[in-house]
Design a protein around this ligand. Sequence first.
Ligand SMILES: [Zn+2]
Ligand SMILES: [Zn+2]
Length: 416
Amino acid sequence: MLIDGAMYGGKCACGREHAMETRAAVIERGALDQFEEYMSAYGPAGRRCALYGGNSYEAAAGKRPKAEQEIILNPKGLHADEKATAAVLSRMEPQTEILIAVGGGTIHDIARFCACERGIAFVSVPTAASVDGFCSKVAAMTWRGFKKTIPAAAPALVVADTDIIKKAPARLVKSGIGDILAKYTALADWKISSLLTGEALCPKIYDMVKAAADAAVAGVPGIIAGEGGAYENVMYALLLSGLAMQLHGSSRPASGAEHHISHLIEEEPAMLKAAFPAMHGEKAGVGAVLAAAEYHRLAEVQDISALTGEYSPLPSEEIRRFFGGELAEAILRENSADCLRAVSRRRLIECWPEIRSMVAEIPPAEELSRILEGLCAKRGPEDIGIPASRLPDLLDYSPFVRNRLTLMRLRRMIKV
Ligand SMILES: [Zn+2]
Ligand SMILES: [Zn+2]
């Protein structure tokens, strides 16, 4: 399967001109055997550096792309943070013109950040169907302990070899499916914000993300049965979602309340420590189940007028108590121009019937949970190291990790 980037960029019916830097994404059995052919047809030319994690270096044995330099990072304790990027930037030869990421989400985030820093081309070789960020133009970084999406390089070309991807540990594809199930609530949040505040929403990009989520769900029985074709489906879904983010210029189409739950856990606030680490997609999948349950619960209310109040910001003492230290200061800075100020109580009441119908498009939490259960994937807070008793904290504080309007954030105005 080949996704042709030229199909997506340019002038759009929504009135915007969408930028698409990815010329092609190939998803095929044995795609890496033809890496040079794809590079000459779609990729950039120049001196290469290939970046690996220890595991992806092993996984790509016999198929590693040709490169003048190879950097292999120790996977132990490896994060997309200021330490890892500094290490790569100091080791990468100055004459490098193309950085090739061979690995999963972390290697990709490190590589796309470094490629952007150096102003060089970036090529993606995913070795697992673990996250949807491969095609995105933003890197999900942990910057001095605070989760941030930082503008970075989009890949000029993606070469996804499903022979390698299928052999990756099963936990990785389950995580990728969790990350894709997260799109249903993310899309609802985007629509709700657009309705309430006029935030730009492109129907074409919306449909791409919806198609990605549906393709991944359709691939689940095949993944359970171990069919190679299903990995192509899931990888297609992940790449499509990343392309949508690239077209929109931010993670908005693919990241809403459910991702904020995941980010909250990753940021390790003083008052909420997970008992053990989980993968990004696992947390996003659990976040999706929790957000879907809460959204459907709210949407049961027909007339919200008696249950709403004008918005009052979360008191800074409360933010300092819950998040603690420098993280609390970063959260306060993030929310200084609070996105909820744009929403009046009157507007929320007026729009409530439409918001309810937007929520109705999200699959029920039980359905999302069943999909994850069928995969033997993580589906509840306890599976990702958070006691069920902390659920109220996840819902109350997660909307503040990003100053982005979601229905979860609107709960500050609703008492149900
Ligand atoms: Zn558009
Ligand atoms: Zn994600």
